[in-house]
Unconditional design. Structure first.
Lengths: 320, 320
């Protein structure tokens, strides 16, 4: 009973925009704490109001600066902005701290901005699920724009970005062997393309290559992704980028059927992600003794058994 | 009975190095076909002989060319080489075809080389698991070196690369805001660093930054990752890179305890990955009617329910 009251109170604080409560709630979903599902059920009816913007691109493309500029732009229009920096590349340190630290200096004093880094926590996964949960918390807390920033080439990030209402893919001129290197898939998730560092050599070539790639790939929703040139460090192109984002939002509003399909896809992915995490956790806590998983792994490493037989055994014990 | 014979025959063909059989077996694990687990159990005792080399780095770093050079180098020493190009960035097209096509011209005629691209197949995941299974198949088929090439910033790729015996992280000079942009995690998975395109401006700065980063991060196994400068397009540095790989292999051989720990970690990750995939598949096929998942996703999208309640329902139906 006490527990229930505590949760309701946390929910209330989140809905009132209490930053400390928001931080605590995100930590709860990140650590997959037992009180997280209840909390998320409570806030769920209050979500769906924020515009969720995914910003993705290779390391060094200048995503963080671009996100900061965009956030400042929205702030100037008196909108509240939540930023989630996803850093899946730190399996050892639980990283993503550097970005936070740098940003703290310029933006943490602004009460209308909430910044949070999310990093992977070991091989049980759940980064994608935790990120989507964090978006829901910020959404419920009344942030008008929630920006997810992620290094964009892994499946996890693609999934995270697919959960956004609008996705911006950030490229830089003359990067490596051209935009072709970005591969077809990453091209297809971009609703908008930003060529950042557009004061550099090769910007025209990159733009031409990109236009060509976009011209041969037809989207099922009929939208033609605009290409915006930005120099984030000089705050150039921010206005055009935000206009493009608003343009896509308007397009979506007049194409309900496609938008509904996209939302259903997102929900389906979320259900599966959550199911996956819960089932593995159940398997490990319910049918395996402490250190038994490690002993099984050792047996596989020594080739005394194989992983498929081990999994058969675990699933058998679960009665499935 | 017929089925069992057919499998045994496929296993035999794989062990004899039959390329068509290897290709069929990899397709089976990639599609998670029902005959795949039995096949993998059969070949498992024949694995563990190949040196598995993970090569990772951002798009445009020149990984493919470097892998090709390394493969040619091993071929010159009469070793058989398997190459797996992991392309997780194509959720829509199932991509990874371009790389294959280009390579076909130069290497597919060599009977000592087997090249395979693996791409993600939708949101049920399993790319990491399928890649590790493909490595096992090539290993059992007698390939001395199995090279996994992957765009290296997502959790999936980090996991894939952690399954390798030795991991090479490929950087390029002056890339974006320097190697710091590669983030702590990706630095920590590198046993060897290659600065490719080392004829470009900024190579010394990149090398210095890298040395500094490596000097502040101490590895638990005591190994100091060497930095190798390469120009893959001119086949420069290939010899040094292969020497560094052999050097790490020799180091591992004299540090059994660390090597055992690494193998057990890999096995544990593999068990969990497999478990995750099997459990979700079981949930979807056993307790959900056709299109029921989609209906549930639609209900979540319409905010008639929330994902946590849906997952509670599914897990309840599974009797867990």
């Amino acid at each position: 009973m006490l527990r229930l009251q505590a949760m309701n109170s946390l929910t209330e604080k989140i809905l009132s925009g209490d930053k400390r409560a928001i931080g605590r709630a995100i930590s709860a979903v990140e650590d997959a704490r037992s009180d997280a599902p209840g909390l998320l059920k409570e806030i769920f009816p209050h979500t769906g109001k924020a515009l969720v913007i995914g910003i993705t691109g290779a390391p060094g493309a200048g995503k963080s600066t671009l996100v900061d500029r965009l956030a400042a732009h929205y702030r100037a229009n008196d909108e509240r902005v939540g930023i989630i920096a996803v850093d899946p590349s730190s399996p050892f340190t639980g990283g993503a701290l550097l970005g936070d630290r740098i940003r703290m200096q310029s933006m943490a004093t602004d009460p209308g901005i909430f910044i949070r880094s999310m990093a992977s926590r070991g091989h049980l996964g759940g980064l994608g699920r935790a990120t989507v949960d964090a978006v829901a918390i910020m959404d419920a807390a009344g942030y008008n724009k929630v920006i997810i920033e992620t290094v964009g080439v892994g499946q996890d990030e693609v999934d995270v970005v697919k959960a956004a209402d609008v996705t911006v893919v950030v490229l830089v001129p003359g990067m490596g062997d051209g935009v072709q290197a970005m591969k077809a898939g990453i091209m297809e998730i971009g609703d908008i393309f930003a060529i950042n560092k557009a004061d550099r050599d090769g910007v025209l070539r990159t733009e031409r290559e990109l236009e060509m790639l976009l011209s041969i790939s037809e989207r099922p929703d009929g939208w033609t992704p605009p290409i915006i040139k930005t120099v984030a460090t000089e705050n150039s192109g921010t206005e055009a980028l935000s206009a493009a984002i608003a343009g896509f939002q308007a397009f979506i509003a007049t194409h309900r059927e496609q938008a509904d399909g996209r939302r259903a896809n997102t929900a389906e992915h979320r259900i599966i992600e959550l199911l996956r995490e819960r089932l593995v956790k159940l398997a490990i806590t319910k049918v395996l003794a402490e250190k038994e998983l490690r002993a099984m792994a050792q047996a596989v490493a020594d080739r005394r058994t194989d992983p498929h037989s081990v999994v058969d055994e675990i699933i058998g014990r679960m009665g499935l």
